[in-house]
Design a binder for this molecule. Structure first.
Ligand code: UDX
Length: 442
């Protein structure tokens, strides 16, 4: 199949590269010439493990192309994927102006029948509107079919997910079109779930909202665990062993961030509101998440009356490990608070520091390494569970910090291991450990 993918952000670039890897000829289109030049050399503009290698391989094998030229990009294509951004508007709804522009570009350039597949997360009903926009602007007499094919890729494991996903959702106007999209995806070896367009659009929002709900639920349980002296990890394990609940997405922490959950949950509240339905549960999920980002700060306040002039080491800035993405990361709220309180914030993240510099307060100082950040620190906050931090020997905190007081927002360390070291340790939904004095006396 000859495929065009419009938009080389996270979704578009991964989708295009993986479709080329399974044998299709793919042209990725973007308006940013600099980005296109880099991608032609196999350099990805985003950090995603394994992506550069896969791009280079398929470019070499003449299956993956990049262009800013719509004429060239759309020429002779059987299928066009829309993968441009749908950023959040101030009221929480999705901004569809990029999608609309692509629809107009498609209408003005295509010269043969095509299937237009929407990968971008769009409100229910948008694909019908996209078809209308295309038909209203068509220059040539060609047939256009529309398909909703939402993505479920996780940043940091998007390549793995592309080849190992649980299902591929295809929402189409008719069976014939759905069959063609199924055929395109066959080499992935992932079951295809076929449905109508609106249901497919809804599946994406419902799935993300449900996962966000699981996270907010376990975070509230975690807060209660702390008060009643239970351990949230054991609780989550015990719950998750019930197949009806499932063990995934029950990790308590400082809330969900990223490009999807915060945006999509708010958009779904809007979608419901537009049809006069108040999605009360989801509103609660969003509120809980906002509160959860600050839980670590409330704990910190209990320990320190005053943060002014204290060196606070922050380990991890990205919204989750294996990505440089800072969107909606808890580190934004947390470092802002620390700076406002007059703390000297020294942060380290294995890959997100360049992006962080664009976003975080200019008073945040960036360390060259974990140890550099920890040196002479009064306290350390762990905000992202990078393996590099999880693998740290707890003696590192003892050796380098002024006092080894650890606030772990991602439960990186086993309490039984922590107990063997001279540290004060606060984590999420588990009893705190204070061994600084205890062990020193021995
Ligand atoms: C998510 C969905 O998983 C994916 O299907 C969708 O297409 C896009 O949104 P992503 O945002 O890349 O993917 O990351 P994910 O691994 O789902 O984590 C999202 C956030 O939830 C992170 O901030 C993570 O730290 C948090 N999280 C996740 C938890 O706090 N606890 C968990 O148990 C799982």
């Amino acid at each position: 199949m000859k495929i065009a993918v419009v938009g080389t952000g996270y979704v578009g670039l991964v989708t295009g590269t993986c479709l080329s890897e399974i044998g299709h000829t793919v042209t990725c289109i973007d308006i940013d010439q600099n980005k296109i030049n880099k991608m032609r050399e196999g350099i990805s503009p985003i950090y995603e493990p394994g992506l550069d290698e896969l791009m280079k391989k398929n470019i070499m094998e003449n299956r993956l192309f990049f262009t800013t030229d719509h004429n060239e990009g759309f020429d002779n294509k059987d299928v066009i994927y829309i993968a441009v951004g749908t950023p959040e508007k101030e009221d929480g709804s999705a901004n569809l102006s990029f999608v609309e522009q692509v629809a107009i570009d498609i209408a003005t350039h295509i010269k043969k029948d095509v299937i237009v597949v929407t990968k971008s997360t769009v409100p229910v009903g948008t694909n019908d509107w996209i078809k209308e926009v295309i038909l209203n602007n068509l220059v040539n007499d060609v047939k256009v079919e529309i398909v909703s094919n939402p993505e479920f890729l996780r940043e940091g494991s998007a390549i793995y997910d592309s080849f190992n996903g649980d299902r591929i959702v295809v929402g189409a106007e008719n069976e014939e079109t759905a069959d063609i999209i199924e055929e395109i995806n066959k080499p992935f070896g992932i079951p295809v779930f076929k449905t109508d367009i609106r249901s497919a659009e809804m599946i994406k929002y419902a799935a993300n909202a449900f996962l966000a709900t699981k996270i907010s639920f376990i975070n509230e349980i975690s807060n209660i665990c702390e008060k009643v002296g239970a351990n949230v990890e054991d609780v989550a394990n015990g719950m998750g062993q019930d197949n009806r609940i499932g063990s995934q997405f029950l990790n308590a922490g400082i809330g969900y961030g990223g490009s999807c959950f915060p945006k999509d949950t708010k958009a779904l509240v809007q979608i419901a509101g537009n049809v006069d339905y108040e999605f009360e549960l989801l509103k609660g999920v969003i509120r809980v998440n906002q509160k959860q980002q600050e839980v670590l700060l409330r704990k910190l306040e209990q320990k320190f009356d005053n943060l002014k002039g204290r060196k606070v080491a922050v380990l991890g800035l990205a919204f989750k490990p294996n990505t440089d993405d800072m969107r909606e990361a808890a580190s934004i709220v947390i470092t802002q608070y620390l700076v406002e309180k007059g703390a000297n914030v020294v942060a380290y993240d294995p890959v997100a520091m360049e992006n962080a510099k664009q976003i975080l307060d200019s008073k945040v100082v960036y360390a060259a390494s974990t140890i550099d950040a920890l040196k002479e620190a009064d306290v350390v906050l762990i905000l992202t569970e990078w393996n590099e931090f999880k693998d740290l020997d707890l003696e590192t905190f003892v050796k380098y910090m002024k006092q080894p007081v650890i606030f772990d927002g991602r439960n990186c360390f086993e309490p039984n291991n922590v107990k063997k070291h001279h540290v004060e340790y606060h984590s999420m939904g588990r009893p705190s450990i204070n061994n600084i004095q205890l062990l020193s006396v021995k």
